[in-house]
Design a binder for this molecule. Structure first.
Ligand SMILES: C=C(O[C@@H]1C=C(C(=O)O)C=C[C@H]1O)C(=O)O
Length: 347
């Protein structure tokens, strides 16, 4: 494990592109070290580690131009971690949420996911140490760090799978609705959260209907992600012969878990009103056509949530929440503060 960490530090110091990740529940780390500093885009024909923004062209560290390393991984003690205070001012975000609710009442869309960015000073930031803390604190998340000299440094611990494809079988999930974890997963969900999550399930089912030969889904259930609980529906099925990975990603991303419904109207509202660039927050990332662990070819992609961008001595945390007709701007701000704790715990 230490060899891999040294390699990450060395590659990062040389300002060369890299990705390192630990899959949910796994005791193994995988790292992709690109040989040179070229910026590649993903065309969905080439295998590699994909890193896609919310809006724009996905990037790729092509496996053919990288070295892949794997190492056994063990968690370190994460009990002593304490969360730093929030300094964010609620006013701007609450105003934005108010605008979102007004647009819903005006019939422009049914749901929109609105977000904000919060700066935290990290004078002593150390990449490997923060990555190891993140991986240890969130065993059931997809934990990653990604660096490209032309893009910057990103880290995250996301609870949300976008898409897994193994030969012609796929898995995805509808994840939405949030409350704080207070010692029990046996909690009640209000109608607002149930509806917000149902929007996501319905969207996925409708979009995949025409590209799958069978599709199954679970009942929504409570799912813990660190200090938070969400509502989750597991969705899986078989792809028809004519469908391909690129088409499926295009159908799913961005789901109403990070954008809204209908997708296009919500996307436009976000781009026009949020007032900042989400960059890679609420984009997706992961393995595209990896064949280094199984006999088959595996695509395993996650939504980039509970993440930060590190620029020098500042970490920018990105957090958002789903807005529906019943939303209360003050409660939504508190929800973003709760979500920011995931990352604040390791800084
Ligand atoms: C948008 C985020 O999370 C998403 C929004 C949720 C919600 O609105 O309740 C819950 C889980 C995620 O799908 C985020 O973490 O920034």
């Amino acid at each position: 494990m230490q060899d891999l960490f040294d390699r990450i530090s060395g590659h990062y110091k040389q300002r060369l592109p890299l990705a390192c990740y630990r899959k949910p529940g796994a005791n193994k780390l995988t790292a992709v070290f690109q040989h040179d500093a070229a910026l590649h885009t993903a065309d969905f024909n080439t295998a590699g580690f994909v890193f896609a923004p919310f809006d724009g062209t996905p990037l790729l560290l092509p496996y053919g131009q990288s070295e892949i390393h794997a190492a056994d991984w063990q968690a370190t003690d994460s009990d002593g971690l304490h969360v730093i205070e929030t300094t964010a001012n609620p006013e701007d975000f609450e105003r934005l949420v108010g605008q979102g609710i007004a647009a819903i009442q005006d019939g422009q869309f049914q749901k929109v996911v609105l977000s904000r960015k919060e700066a935290v000073a990290v004078p002593d930031f150390e990449l490997v140490s923060v990555f190891q803390k993140l991986a240890s604190a969130y065993l059931s998340a997809f934990v990653y760090c990604f660096y490209h000299p032309k893009v910057g440094l990103w880290l995250g611990a996301t609870p949300e799978k976008l898409l897994k494809i193994e030969t012609n079988k796929f898995e995805t999930m509808a994840l939405a609705g949030t409350q704080r974890f207070d010692g029990t997963e046996h909690v009640d969900w209000a109608q607002k959260e149930r509806e917000e999550q149902q929007f996501v399930t319905d969207f996925i089912m409708e979009n995949l209907e025409n590209v799958t030969t069978d599709i199954a889904f679970s009942d929504p259930y409570t799912y813990r992600a660190g200090n938070l609980l969400h509502l989750k529906t597991d969705i899986s099925g078989t792809l028809d012969g004519a469908s391909n990975t690129g088409r499926l990603v295009e159908l799913l991303h961005p789901t109403p878990a990070v954008c809204g419904l209908p997708k296009e109207a919500a996307r436009r509202f976000i781009l026009e009103h949020e007032g900042y660039d989400r960059k890679f927050y609420s984009g997706y990332l992961g393995e595209l056509y990896a064949d280094f662990y199984s006999d088959g070819i595996l695509t395993d992609l996650y939504v980039n949530l509970r993440c930060m961008e590190v620029d020098g001595e500042t970490a920018y945390l990105y957090v958002g929440c789903g807005i529906t007709r019943e939303s209360d701007p003050q409660k939504e701000f508190v929800e973003t503060v709760n979500k920011s704790m995931t990352i604040k715990k390791v800084l």
